[in-house]
Design a protein around this ligand. Structure first.
Ligand code: GDG
Length: 466
C-alpha cells in the first residue's frame, strides 16, 4: 500500500486527542492504515507578516505538520480569495464575490508556501491527496518543484455552471490548476458535467468518457465521489444519546410538541431566512399546528471575520425574532434559535427525537447533516427528511421530501406533509435512504478515491499523442 500525504486547509489538532467529525475521522483512519503525513494551516495567525514554520507532531503512523499563517495570508488567501471569491462563486452568489488581484496573488503565494514545505517530505511512490477550494493550485505548484508522484484533488463544494464560473476574472488560472491533477473528484455527476463543459467552452479539452477527461494535451481522471458519513457509528451514537441528559432536558422543554430540527453552520449558502419564512408559511396555512410544533435551529457561528457574514448573521437573527414576534404566544416560541455549537452526541440525540429534519440549503456540495439526520432515526418510528434539491445529497437521498428552497410555499407544504406522514410511508422512505447511505459510507468514499489515485498498470500513458 502506498504511503499517503494529505493536505487540507485545516488540520485537526493532533494534541487534542482523536479527531471528531466524519471527514477528519476517515482521513485519519486512511492515514493510519497506509502511514503518512497530514499538512495544513493550524488555524492560528503567526502575528507577523511572515508565516511560521511547519511544526511536526508524530501520532503513531501519522506525522502532522501545521503552520501558522501570516496576517497578510489570512487576509488575502483565507478571508479574501478562498472565502470572498471562490466560496460565494461556487455557491452561485455572484453578488457576494469581492474579487481583488492582491487576494489572488496571496492565494497562490500560500499554495506555493505549502508546496515548498511539502516537497522534501514526499518520497517516491507516495500518493498525495489535496482537499478543497483553498488549495486548487497545489498540484501545479508541486509539479513546478519537480514532484512526479500521483496527485489527487477532492472538491467538497459545488462546481458551478460555466456561465457562473467564467465571471471569475482569473478563471483560466483556476481551471488550469485543476487540470494538473491525476484525479479530480467532485461530489456529484452535475459538478463533473459543469467542469467538463467549462473545459469544452474554454477550448482546452473535454470529457473523454469512462471517467477520463483531457485538457492541455494530457488526460486525467475526473469523476463523482459522493462523500458519506460513518453510518454505523452515527446510528449507534444516536441510539445511545437519547439517554444523554442534555437531550432529555431538551425533550422535556418542548412539553410534548413535535420537534422540527435544522442544523447548519451559520452561512448564507444554507438558506436559513428562506427556511424560517417557509416555517412561518406552514404555520399561517396550518393554524391547527400553532402551539404544537417548534423549529429548533442550531447554527454555530462561522467565518464571522469574513465580510458579508456579519450582515447575514444579523438578518437570520432578525428573521427568527420576527417570526417569533408575529406567531408566538405567551407559552410558545415557534423558533428556538441557538447560535452555539452543541456536542456531537447531543446533536445525534436531537436528530433522533425530531419528527422532521429541515435541510434546505440554497446550494451545497453534499450536506452531511441530511445524511446524519437519516442515520440517527429510529427504524421503527423514523422522522422525515425535507431536503433541498440543490444539495448534493439530494442525488442519493431522493426518498426525502425534495423541495426547491427558494419556494417558500413549497417548504411550508413539505413541513405539513412530513408531520402528517403515515408510519408506513416514513419507514419506506427511511429504509430506502438508509440502504443508500450504508452502500456509500465514508470508508467507501475514501477507498474509492484512493483506488482511483493508485497507479493503474492498465492505464495508457497520460500524454495524448493526438
Ligand atoms: C462542506 C460542504 C460538504 C454543525 N453544527 C454543529 C455540528 N455541525 C456539523 C454537522 C456536520 C458538519 O458540521 C457540517 O457539514 P455539512 O456537510 O453539512 O456542511 P459544510 O460545513 O458546509 O461542509 C458540504 C462537506 O464539506 C463535506 O464534504 O457536505 O457541502 O459545504 O457534520 O453535524 N457539529 C456539532 N455541533 C454543532 O453545533 N458537534
Amino acid at each position: 500500500m502506498s504511503r499517503l500525504i494529505v493536505v487540507s486547509n485545516r488540520v485537526p489538532d493532533p494534541t487534542r486527542g482523536p479527531p471528531a467529525g466524519g471527514l477528519a475521522v476517515a482521513l485519519n483512519s486512511a492515514l493510519k492504515k497506509a502511514g503518512g503525513v497530514w499538512i495544513g494551516w493550524s488555524g492560528k495567525s503567526s502575528g507577523s507578516d511572515e508565516p511560521g514554520p511547519l511544526k511536526f507532531v508524530e501520532r503513531g503512523e501519522i506525522t502532522f505538520g501545521l503552520a501558522d499563517l501570516s496576517r497578510r495570508d489570512l487576509s488575502e488567501y483565507y478571508k479574501g480569495f478562498a472565502n470572498s471569491v471562490l466560496w460565494p462563486l461556487c455557491h452561485y452568489r455572484l453578488d457576494l464575490t469581492e474579487y481583488a488581484r492582491k487576494d489572488m496573488a496571496g492565494y497562490f503565494r500560500v499554495n506555493r508556501f505549502f508546496a515548498e514545505r511539502l516537497r522534501g517530505l514526499i518520497q517516491p511512490g507516495d500518493l498525495v491527496w489535496i482537499h478543497d477550494y483553498h488549495l486548487i493550485p497545489m498540484a501545479s505548484e508541486l509539479r513546478r518543484l519537480g514532484i512526479r508522484n500521483r496527485i489527487g484533488f477532492f472538491m467538497h463544494i459545488p462546481w458551478p455552471s460555466p456561465d457562473v464560473f467564467f465571471t471569475l476574472p482569473v478563471h483560466e488560472a483556476i481551471i488550469s490548476g485543476l487540470t494538473a491533477y491525476d484525479v479530480v473528484g467532485f461530489q456529484t455527476a452535475y459538478d463533473v458535467e459543469n467542469f467538463a463543459l467549462a473545459l469544452k467552452r474554454e477550448g482546452i479539452g473535454g470529457d473523454l468518457g469512462g471517467g477520463w477527461m483531457a485538457a492541455h494535451g494530457r488526460r486525467f481522471r475526473a469523476s463523482a465521489f459522493p462523500i458519506g458519513i460513518d453510518v454505523g457509528e452515527f446510528a449507534v451514537m444516536a441510539r445511545g444519546a437519547v439517554r444523554n441528559r442534555a437531550v432529555k432536558r431538551t425533550a422535556v422543554s418542548f412539553s410534548g410538541r413535535d420537534l422540527i430540527i435544522g442544523v447548519d453552520r451559520l452561512d448564507y449558502s444554507k438558506g436559513l431566512t428562506h427556511r424560517m419564512d417557509g416555517f412561518e408559511q406552514f404555520l399561517v396555512a396550518n393554524p391547527a399546528w400553532r402551539g404544537r410544533t417548534t423549529l429548533l435551529q442550531v447554527s454555530p457561528k462561522s467565518r464571522s471575520d469574513v465580510p458579508g457574514y456579519t450582515t447575514m448573521q444579523r438578518q437570520v437573527a432578525e428573521h427568527a425574532g420576527r417570526v417569533n414576534g408575529a406567531m408566538g404566544t405567551l407559552d410558545w416560541t415557534p423558533i428556538r434559535y441557538i447560535n452555539q455549537s452543541v456536542g456531537r452526541s447531543t446533536l445525534a440525540g436531537l436528530y433522533r427525537i425530531a419528527r422532521v429534519g429541515l435541510v434546505t440549503p440554497l446550494r451545497d456540495g453534499m450536506n452531511l447533516v441530511a445524511k446524519e439526520f437519516v442515520a440517527a432515526q429510529n427504524p421503527a418510528d423514523p422522522g422525515v427528511l425535507v431536503l433541498s434539491r440543490f444539495a448534493g445529497a439530494a442525488r442519493e437521498l431522493d426518498s426525502a421530501l425534495l423541495v426547491n428552497p427558494y419556494d417558500i410555499e413549497a417548504i411550508g407544504n413539505a413541513i405539513a406533509r412530513a408531520l402528517a406522514m403515515p408510519l408506513e410511508e416514513r419507514i419506506e422512505r427511511f429504509t430506502a435512504m438508509m440502504t443508500r447511505l450504508e452502500q456509500n459510507d465514508i470508508s467507501k468514499w475514501c477507498a474509492d478515491f484512493l483506488a482511483a489515485l493508485e497507479p493503474d498498470q492498465h492505464d495508457s500513458p497520460e500524454l495524448l499523442t493526438a
